[in-house]
Design a protein around this ligand. Structure first.
Ligand code: PLP
Length: 410
């Protein structure tokens, strides 16, 4: 990997207090950011300062603390609006996570707009979060779930995808980036093909937002979802972007406080979006933490971060391919910093446990993408995923520990 990279990874590492932690006497090499990211000091401080100095419930209070909390929570909405390049702050709905956001659309939009025999199109790369809600919707509405195939590299077969779009297709729900094998989907082409036929598009951006600039306006999707916890923010806060006219046309998902305009025992009327979709007390501190995470990321040059992470991916693929008996799963030409692999004769769980002995944290399993594992004919993989604080020397540690593990099992 290029030593000439101007990105100062050592300074970045100082921002992440978890790196002071030792596992089995060694500094942890955390290679599982795709599951959930570690948190920089800026986020931890923003959340603890909020709890220590200005905590109160939002929207309802007439007193100073509540006004301050409301201002911070609504400020976080503005922050996310600019982060996604959305046109209007009312297009940003705070929820628990990407899973809840997809379920909201499947329920609130899907139940209203799908008729028997209509079709929903997903891809073979989806996380269970972008499969199961559509299966449940298909059952409720007697619809059909169709799946766009991938090729041996793990890239979408665009011709097959296009041929699956028909007048029956009512929504396309596609991942921006595969969590299991890292493929970055060609969203502009895929969205344009769907939009040319008037089809609604939802993008699952859970694995994209930590690694690339996302512009929902230029993508032209109707919905975009992500979880804060993969973007250096706390767990418990997630985002649904929905284009304003779409959100306004949808009924609420959950009923309760804060989502209403008026309530009588006979009938309630609802607030406008996004309030209509934020019933009950939300994760106020989570939203503030998310805003701090985005602010933290704004301190970097995005292109530099992407170069650093791509460099890590390239280096990891090179080092891993030196190991005889190790096979990388997913070789898409355009990949996020995620590398999935299997080792001959050693179950991924054994690999993961052995790596942990060396202080190397990786993910093992089906990565909530069981159908994708079936396509590659593996029960599970080992997955190393990289973030802005990772270094080539951590990849050397991964390679060394893998080599020793493979020796033991040989
Ligand atoms: N979509 C993708 C691509 C993911 O990787 C994940 C989580 O791993 C999800 C959706 C679901 O995210 P969450 O569990 O935060 O709702």
């Amino acid at each position: 990997m290029s030593e000439a990279s101007p990105f100062d990874v050592e300074a970045t590492r100082k921002d992440f207090p978890f790196l002071e932690r030792e596992i089995r006497g060694q500094q942890v090499a955390f290679l599982d950011s795709a599951a959930s990211s570690q948190k920089p000091r800026a986020v931890i401080d923003a959340v603890s300062e909020f709890y220590a100095t200005s905590y109160a419930n939002i929207h309802r209070g007439v007193y100073q603390l509540s006004a301050e909390a409301t201002e911070k929570y609504e400020g976080a909405r503005d922050q996310v609006q600019h982060f996604l390049h959305a046109e209007d702050r009312r297009e940003i709905v705070f929820l628990r996570n990407a899973t809840e956001a997809i379920n909201l659309v499947a329920r609130a939009w899907g139940d209203e707009n799908l008729q028997p025999d209509d079709e929903i199109l997903i891809t073979a790369l989806e996380h269970h979060a972008n499969i199961v809600p559509w299966q449940m919707l298909s059952e409720r509405r007697s619809c059909r779930l169709r799946v766009a195939p991938i090729d041996a590299r793990g890239e979408i077969d665009l011709n097959a995808y296009e041929s699956l779009l028909s007048e029956r297709t009512k929504i396309v729900a596609i991942t921006h980036v595969s969590n299991a094998i890292g493929t970055i989907n060609p969203l502009p082409e895929m969205i344009a093909m769907a939009k040319a036929r008037g089809i609604t598009v939802l993008v699952d951006g859970a694995q994209a937002v930590p690694h690339m600039n996302v512009d929902v306006k230029s993508l032209g999707c109707d919905f975009y979802t992500f979880s804060g916890h993969k973007l250096f923010a706390p767990s418990g806060i997630g985002v649904l972007y929905g284009c304003h006219s779409m959100l306004e046309s949808m009924p609420p998902f959950l009923g309760g406080g804060d989502m209403i305009e008026t309530v009588t025992f006979e009938k309630s009327t609802y607030a406008k979006s996004p309030g209509k979709f934020e019933a009950g007390t939300p994760d106020i501190a989570g939203a503030i933490g998310l805003s701090a995470a985005i602010e933290y990321l704004k301190g970097f040059d995005q292109a530099q971060l992407e170069r650093w992470e791509t460099g890590l991916l390239t280096y990891a693929e090179k080092r891993l391919s030196e190991l005889d008996g190790l096979r990388i799963i997913g070789n898409a030409r355009n990949k996020a910093p995620v590398v999935s692999f299997v080792v001959d004769g050693v179950h991924p769980h054994d690999v993961g446990t052995a790596l942990d002995q060396s202080g190397v944290s990786v993910r093992v399993g089906h990565h909530c993408a069981q159908p994708l594992m079936e396509i590659f004919e593996v029960p599970a993989t080992v997955r190393a995923s990289f973030s802005i604080f990772n270094t080539p020397s951590e990849i050397d540690r991964l390679t060394q520990a893998l080599s020793e593990t493979m020796e033991i099992f040989r």
